[in-house]
Ligand binder design. Sequence first.
Ligand code: SIN
Ligand code: CO
Length: 393
Amino acid sequence: MNDSGHRLRLPRGLDGETFLRDYWQKQPLLMPAALPTQHFTLTPEELAGLACETQVESRLILEGEEGRWEVRHGPFDDADFAALPESHWTLLVQDVDKYIPDTVSLIETFDVVPDWRIDDVMISYATDQGGVGPHSDAYDVFLIQASGRRRWRISNRHYTESDLLPGIEQRILARFDTAQEWLLEPGDVLYLPPGVAHWGTAEGPCMTYSLGFRAPSQQELASEWFQHLVSLSDERRLDDPDDLRADSRAQLTTGVFLHAAQLLNELPDTHSDDFRRWLGRYLTEPKAQFEIPPRDPAWQHADLADCLQQGQTLRRHPFARIAWTVMDDAQVVLFVQGEDLTLPSFLQPMVRQIAERRLLEAEEIAPVIAATPKAGSLLLRLLNDGILEVGEE
Ligand code: SIN
Ligand code: CO
């Protein structure tokens, strides 16, 4: 069971395995009454309050007459909200999970999908008929109806850039062929794989949570990997091969190609340990605004022991991105906020717990530390790095 004590209720006949096999990244799935509504505690006023903070990314999208759309960027103030019309607008706030701890327990309910892919929880508040218009996203999304009702339409068509409305930064399709539509009520969830065009329209005021996932493009991966290779390369230069010919001085001989290739082949390839470590670091890299400051003053082992003795809970910092893997030599690597930590294989159960859970109870950790002091050192390090914090939800 996850920390929130709830799991996403998949439709009858589906379990986590079948969801991953038949739907995840493949086809849409409507999940009626998939979540208890007690997860949705945030009020529209609180969401508007977040949108007034400078560090929070927010947008207002208004639909005017004859399909004229307007996008405004936060931070907003009370006067901005007071001047809005009665209907046809929506407020969207990104990364709410980083600021509102309650949202973290909602993420925990989605415990069948790869945790390391999760990007953020975006929350929208829409007035009647409000929405962001028809569009498709490049990543998976769970659209979670939190309050009020929203009509979702999806299309079977594959739209391209040329189908977008010109002259507006928001990606809105100029036309949309509806294949299916549903009216979502609080607690209903609609899963959409990348690229499925969708169109949500509020029927009365409503709030929708979007659990969004990361999907780096080939271009992004290539650019980051090659940058890493450049950082590993040295000052050696191309030297001349043995097959130079005095009678053909401008010819690039086979040896020249071989020597150039050799210089490059000395850099790690995508089958190397280096690549696996790089990928883990890259996938857990936080956005710049979500760096975590270290604990100050740093804790000693005795502080950790005291805290566990008092029955305190260790909680993952809401900014922390974590993943883990096992290398060919059986060493375990924990990836945290774009860094890799190599650990002995006997720590695998603890590493897994840290990577898969957001709350760790004292009573489950204390015996592990008693049996394996290295587990205590790992926790202490993560506490001092700010990745784990002490305290209740
Ligand atoms: C919304 O909450 O209105 C937007 C969600 C989406 O279409 O991705
Ligand atoms: Co979307």
